[in-house]
Design a protein around this ligand. Structure first.
Ligand SMILES: CC(C)(COP(=O)(O)OP(=O)(O)OC[C@H]1O[C@@H](n2cnc3c(N)ncnc32)[C@H](O)[C@@H]1OP(=O)(O)O)[C@@H](O)C(=O)NCCC(=O)NCCS
Length: 140
């Protein structure tokens, strides 16, 4: 996992606000809620990219750098790292911001892998044109 950096990397795939129901007894947001937002953000990007349904097959090591408080805006940025035959490996970063008085702060990041699946939940090939677009963008 790379170190935290000053600016988010990737596409803003999901943005929401942490609510009181998302907190633990200390008033901080549950880590599981944050992972859930990351999974949703990654699925949105993976499904748009692969033109169909996707399932999460793995979540790699994650470190939580700062707590998220109620009312903070939580932004999930997604970046495709690798496209296989049926899988998409994606870096997902979470950043939080309170108001315009300070710059956003990175909360966590992780590498998620999604598998393109059909309506029966069986794996399917990533469309060739989508994969080619990704490879072309990598090369440029
Ligand atoms: C997704 C699913 C259909 C894949 O079927 P499968 O027969 O297990 O698939 P495979 O083992 O052939 O792997 C499919 C792809 O995922 C990759 N993969 C498998 N396990 C992986 C892992 N632990 N980490 C990263 N990639 C992995 C494979 O390399 C392969 O990639 P490629 O086709 O691009 O080369 C099946 O595993 C499944 O339904 N899992 C449950 C998904 C789910 O419910 N997720 C929500 C969690 S509650």
């Amino acid at each position: 996992m790379s170190d935290s950096h000053l600016m988010p990397e990737g596409t803003l795939s999901l943005q929401t606000i942490a609510m009181p129901a998302d907190t633990n007894w200390s008033g901080d947001v549950f880590g599981g809620w944050i992972v859930s937002q990351m999974d949703l953000a990654g699925a949105i990007h993976a499904e748009r990219f692969s033109q169909g349904r996707c399932a999460t097959i793995s979540i790699n090591q994650m470190n939580f750098l700062v707590p998220v408080k109620v009312g903070n805006v939580v932004s999930c940025y997604t970046k495709i790292l690798h496209v296989g035959n049926t899988s998409i490996q994606m870096q997902i970063e979470v950043w939080e911001s309170h108001d315009r008085s300070r710059a956003p702060i990175q909360v966590t990041e992780g590498v998620f892998t999604f598998v393109a699946v059909d309506s029966n939940g069986s794996k399917r090939q990533i469309p060739a044109e989508a994969k080619q677009q990704f490879l072309d963008a990598q090369a440029s």
